[in-house]
Design a protein around this ligand. Structure first.
Ligand code: GDP
Length: 198
């Protein structure tokens, strides 16, 4: 698939406002600041397709991108979670929308979970993994900002995350990634192709 042809389609505040549920899509999730927007921009080789989430207002929306004219294959940017300045009530609301989306979106083929390689598997990352597991939804974890660690340390982090997720290895795969260095792009594209074209 041509990821460089990705373009913004629509933002939706709730599942009910999402575009029609046909074709296939892959969703990106992660803690605020993990590097999710940068990963989407790197994967599509665009500078500002996914806005880096500095403003909490923007992050509450589910953002849909289509691959060129082909609206049957979509990338979905889910609200970042754990944004510190957001009131508890609003956080719970986002979580409800996320859970709703994961549970009920028929065209969803897989979830890319973006984590800072230095702080993987936060509490809510684990909640997301649990929800994905409940749906038998495959998950691909990007341990991003790998450029922040020396090669050996990054490898160790990868092994540690893999061993912590051993019980889920049928459903979950993990790789190192860096949006800054464009490291790991092919591996992600391969996974997205597998999901979107199957
Ligand atoms: P989001 O909130 O998950 O969408 O995170 P952003 O993509 O906005 O990134 C958060 C911060 O991390 C920004 O300052 C980015 O420049 C930085 N960042 C994102 N990806 C990388 C990466 O691969 N390497 C490095 N060194 N910094 C990154």
């Amino acid at each position: 698939l041509n990821y460089q042809a990705a373009r913004f389609l629509i933002s939706a505040p709730t599942l009910a406002k999402c575009p029609s549920d046909g074709g296939a899509e892959v969703a990106f999730a992660g803690r605020s600041n993990a590097g999710k927007s940068s990963a989407i921009n790197a994967l599509t080789r665009q500078k500002a397709l996914a806005r880096t989430s500095k403003t909490p207002g923007r992050t509450q929306l589910i953002n849909f991108f289509v691959l060129g004219e082909d609206t049957d294959h979509r990338l979905v940017d889910l609200p970042g979670y754990g944004y510190a300045k957001v009131p508890e009530q609003v956080k719970l609301e986002w979580q409800r929308h996320l859970a709703d989306y994961l549970r009920r979106r028929a065209s969803l083929r897989g979830l890319v979970l973006v984590m800072d390689v230095r702080h993987p598997l936060s509490e809510f990352d684990q909640t997301m993994l649990g929800w994905a597991d409940d749906q038998d939804m495959p998950v691909h974890i990007l341990l991003t900002k790998a450029d922040k660690l020396k090669a050996g340390a990054a490898k160790n982090a990868l092994q540690q995350v893999r061993s912590r997720l051993r019980e889920w290895e049928d459903l979950v795969s993990v790789q190192l990634f860096s949006a800054l260095k464009k490291q790991g792009l092919e591996e992600v594209h391969q996974r997205l192709d597998d999901w979107l074209l199957s």
